[in-house]
Ligand binder design. Structure first.
Ligand code: NI
Ligand code: MN
Length: 229
């Protein structure tokens, strides 16, 4: 499995012959590695953790361009369907689906999930994390969330080996609480800090996070950099 960070919470995962994008916030993301899209020959699936613009991002455009299937909370699927995306896998918290040799499980996250239209929030259902498993390796994308002790239950049930963990603070966990999540509740071999450094508002420092983690190996990636697991 190859995991490439595209800045913020965005990833490209390649496994079991599938090309999977997570939270493809590319346009307007100062950490997106420019030109990355030109290197893609296909996108099979787009996974969304929640409906905020810094996660929904380029989903509608990319789903149409590549004919990709959107895997997300039911309300998000209906929202993108209204914008012309036809291939959908609606889910809700606690559910798993399997498609083309990859298993997608939607797990809880504590956050909000809405888009603002004409100054009014439009609900996008509950926010989520995902555990994506292929070829015997499971990756936990925590989405935007605080720490919660039921992360231990996610670890127990889905046995992720890799964690994509927000550390930027303000809207999600910061370095201290993200390290608590990894040290006390999760049992990850490899941890990639995400949702940091994109904007000045995100002041959480991934190096402080790395210093605090005692359980698992922290890999601070550059945007566009890949990890083989
Ligand atoms: Ni958010
Ligand atoms: Mn976010």
């Amino acid at each position: 499995m190859r995991i490439t960070w595209l800045g913020h919470a965005a990833f490209h995962i390649q496994a079991a012959g599938q090309d999977i994008l997570i939270d493809p916030f590319w346009t307007g993301n100062p950490k997106y590695p420019q030109g990355y899209e030109d290197r893609l020959t296909k996108v099979d699936t787009i996974v969304l953790t929640h409906g905020h613009e810094d996660h929904l991002g380029d989903t509608v455009r990319l789903a149409k361009k590549f004919g990709a299937t959107v895997v997300a909370q039911y309300e998000i699927c209906m929202f993108v369907n209204g914008q012309g995306v036809e291939r959908l896998e609606p889910m809700n918290t606690g559910g798993c689906i399997k498609r083309e040799g990859v298993r997608y499980c939607m797990v809880p996250a504590f956050h909000s999930s809405a888009v603002i239209r004409d100054g009014t929030p439009v609900t996008m259902g509950d926010p989520a994390g995902f555990v994506i498993e292929a070829e015997g390796t499971a990756v936990y994308h925590a989405g935007d969330t605080c720490v919660f002790s039921d992360m231990a239950l996610i670890q127990r049930i889905y046995r992720p080996k890799v964690g994509l963990i927000p550390v930027g603070d303000r809207f999600t966990m910061g370095p201290e609480t993200a390290a608590l999540a990894c040290n006390e509740f999760l049992d990850l071999e490899v941890i990639v800090p995400i949702h940091w450094g994109t904007f000045d508002l995100l002041h959480g420092d991934p190096h402080e996070f790395a210093r605090r983690v005692r359980r698992g190996r922290v890999e601070i990636l550059e945007p566009g950099q890949s990890l083989e697991v």
